[in-house]
Ligand binder design. Structure first.
Ligand code: BV8
Ligand code: ZN
Length: 257
């Protein structure tokens, strides 16, 4: 677990600390940057990570799975193996502590991430709007698949997905691919959380994938104070009231100290 955090509230930009301290409802929206310091590559740097030859948009789609199920299945298995070998970082841990230790505040986490690092840090996650790596289901009859799945050997680029026990079709990852709708209940919960929030923290997302990327603007028009925590400028930076150019592990422990 790498942390570059100084757990001192004095490190927090004062307007950020004031807004968070005076909020009774906080919505935390997280993206791949939340897991970067756990060693899970983000999509922006995925090209230097797992698969330099394919862009996530090329692999994270129903067409890609129909065209080359073994390649797509291997990519997801590889990512699941990497997540299983990773640990929550200080940012995940801080959010979990915050949910437990601030009874006077409601802290709801909605994530684009398909990993389980928030949960493994002890957080309750309101919604995984793009699904999870853990949920595997039949690509045709949608039967959940509980069976064993083989690991991808080092260097192997393809591995055949297991067959559904009910209809024999290949199983698929339980994630939302580009062009697929978001799960309705999850999306409704996130929209309600953002509408009700006094403060919305946008942590570790480049803000390019919709409809999730529309949430900061929605929060702002609903009257929330919107705060971005990200080392870099993003597509939603100008939707926010405050930006804190910091990493998740280097900021959240101080914010919730
Ligand atoms: C839908 C699951 C409709 C799979 C994912 C044109 C305009 C607008 C929209 C569209 C358009 N054309 C198509 C669309 C819609 C499309 C879309 O938005 N496309 C984009 C590319 C333009 N959206 C969809 O298709 C969605 N569905 O619209 O359905 C519909 C309705 C009814 C019926 C049918 C259809 C579905 C989108 C979901 C796709 N699935 N994930 C998987 O994981 O493989 S998306 C995936 O990519 C992630 O879930 C995430 O959402 C996105 C990656 O974004 P980030 O999380 O932000 O990560 P990224 O690497 O980009 O950025 C990392 C950030 O962290 C950076 O800013 C970096 O600076 C920062 N960072 C780095 N280190 C740290 C850090 N921050 C903090 N600390 C650090 N240490
Ligand atoms: Zn089936």
């Amino acid at each position: 677990m790498t942390t570059d955090s100084d757990d001192r509230a004095s490190d927090v930009p004062p307007p950020v600390l004031d807004a968070v301290r005076s909020a009774s409802r906080v919505a935390v929206l997280t993206g791949a940057g939340m897991s970067a310091q756990s060693g899970v590559p983000t999509f922006r740097d995925a090209q230097t990570g797992l698969w330099e030859r394919y862009s996530p948009e090329e692999l994270a789609s129903p067409d890609a799975f129909v065209r080359d199920p073994d390649l797509v299945w291997a990519w997801y298995r590889r990512r699941a193996q990497l997540v299983a070998a990773s640990s929550p970082n200080a940012g995940h841990v801080a959010l979990a502590q915050w949910q437990r230790s601030a009874p006077q505040q409601t802290v709801e986490i909605a994530t684009q991430n398909v990993d389980d690092l928030h949960e493994r840090a002890g957080s309750t996650v309101l919604a995984h709007v793009h699904g999870t790596l853990a949920a595997v289901r039949c690509s045709i009859c949608e039967e959940p698949f509980e069976g064993p799945v083989d690991d991808v050997e080092d260097g192997a680029e393809r591995i055949a997905p297991p067959a559904c026990g009910l209809c024999g079709s290949p199983v698929r990852p339980g994630v939302v691919w580009f062009g697929e709708p978001l799960p309705e209940a999850e999306w409704a919960a996130v929209a309600a959380s953002v509408e009700a929030a006094d403060v919305v923290l946008v942590v570790g997302t480049s803000g390019v994938v919709y409809p999730f990327a529309g949430l900061p603007a929605q929060a702002r028009s609903a009257g929330a104070v919107v705060i971005e925590i990200n080392p870099d400028e993003t597509a939603v930076s100008d939707m926010t009231h405050h930006v804190w150019r910091a990493t998740a592990a280097g900021s959240l422990p101080a914010l919730v100290a």
